[in-house]
Design a protein around this ligand. Structure first.
Ligand SMILES: [Mg+2]
Length: 411
């Protein structure tokens, strides 16, 4: 029986922050460029770099003086997040000309499901190349595209060749192309899981795909089962519709602190700083969320990630803060120092859809009143006009770091 496979593209802008800076200011184009935090502070690390800077060995996470040692002519520019948002939107608009199923992942990546619409535009490879060329010509940045029959393999494909390239992982070749790769090549296998898999003699994606599914289920629960399915090309997620804000999107925030976070008190400061802003954005969009993902970047630059879904969706700052802190309590040993924290809330749905439930929860009204009052003040006087006291820590945080989503880590 012939099954009809989906056609999914994953498009990833190369060196997004640095590419936007170069597109905006073409005189930078032939120079080694890094987008960096503030020079005088520890926050002065490389957030993104262009290929020329990369060729000198400049890495995301380098402190500015280290980067300058590797590349003395390095041009350092400060980040412009509002501009990156605009570029991101313009790029998505182009994708949306080819399908209504465009699901963003971070600021610079999208999945496109073109199964039903490809016939109007060409073969999948032709469409990928059209997108690649159009975005280069019209926006001035380059993308890498992966083409496959699942989201997992499409994303893997976009990582295989870059910049400005297309990689196809067709059903007939996926085992040959994917299975020799190391475990860390796909999202979902973190630093914690990898050694545990190694103990079971699992070293490549193929080892994992061919491992007994029940064993994985026993050892790692749903995650093990899901990974096994994904690597066998089944049960992969759908690409969400572009206008399906409820399901597709998440609202997140991340920051690199000025000094490493050493204890829970400092962690609470950072987490409140992030959660307060996330909650404000959720309320602005009139949505609530229930799935939390926390990523902590240790001072050796590796990440630890954990997610959790709560029963009652929320957009209240303190609920979000408490959930995040509980998760961090479980995932962080407090011995390792933490350099960056990212938090995102997903599984979003319209606020009104849960209003009926909250009617019975009178205890929430006080918190809601407080949120509303704060939102009003911010609407009038700007976001920074009112902040939780706990976040007033100038040693640790820098208001410039707000919404510093460094999605551009793509070595
Ligand atoms: Mg990218």
């Amino acid at each position: 029986m012939q099954t009809k496979h989906k056609i999914i593209l994953h498009c990833d802008v190369n060196n997004f922050f640095a590419s936007c800076e170069c597109a905006l200011n073409p005189s930078l184009k032939d120079l080694p460029v890094a987008v960096t935090g503030e020079k005088s502070k520890r926050n002065g690390i490389v957030l993104a770099k262009n290929n020329l800077a990369k060729s000198f060995g400049v890495k995301t996470g380098d402190i500015i003086y280290q980067a300058k040692q590797k590349c003395p002519d390095l041009v350092c520019v400060r980040p412009h997040h509002d501009i990156y948002e605009k570029y991101s939107k313009r790029i998505r608009k182009i994708y949306e000309e080819y399908t209504d199923k465009v699901e963003p992942f971070g600021i610079d990546e999208c999945w496109l499901d073109i199964t039903d619409t490809a016939k109007f535009f060409g073969t999948p490879l032709e469409i990928a190349n059209i997108l690649r060329k159009r975005i280069k010509e019209e926006i001035g940045v380059t993308i890498s595209v992966g083409i496959s029959f699942t989201k997992t393999f499409a994303k893997l494909g976009s990582d295989m060749k870059k910049p400005d390239a297309v990689t196809e992982i067709p059903f007939s070749k996926y085992k040959n192309m994917v299975y020799p790769l190391p475990l860390g090549s796909i999202i979902g296998i973190g630093r914690k899981l990898e050694p545990k898999l190694n103990k079971l003699n699992i070293f490549t994606l193929g080892d994992l795909a061919n491992c007994d599914k029940n064993l994985l289920k026993t050892k790692f629960g749903v995650i093990g089962e899901q990974l096994h399915d994904k690597l066998n090309g089944i049960n992969d997620d759908e690409v969400a519709f572009a206008n399906d804000s409820a399901q597709a999107k998440s609202i997140g925030n991340g920051t690199t602190t000025l000094v490493d976070v050493k204890n829970m008190q400092e962690m609470k400061t950072v987490v409140m700083f992030l959660c307060d802003e996330i909650a404000t954005r959720l309320r602005k969009k009139c949505v609530v969320g229930s799935t939390f993902q926390i990523s902590l970047r240790k001072n050796d630059l590796t990440w630890i990630t954990k997610s959790h879904t709560i029963e009652n969706s929320t957009n209240n700052s303190f609920d979000i803060f408490n959930t995040a802190i509980n998760l961090i309590e479980k995932m962080w040993d407090k011995k390792t120092q933490i350099r960056s924290v990212r938090i995102s809330v997903s599984n979003l749905c319209n606020e009104n859809s849960i209003n009926q439930l909250t009617l019975f929860e009178q205890k929430n009204t006080q918190k809601e009143k407080l949120d509303k009052a704060i939102d009003k003040i911010r609407d009038k006087y700007g976001y920074m006009s009112i902040k939780p006291l706990i976040t007033q820590n100038k040693e640790l945080l820098n208001s410039d770091a707000l919404r510093l989503d460094d999605t551009d880590i793509d070595e």
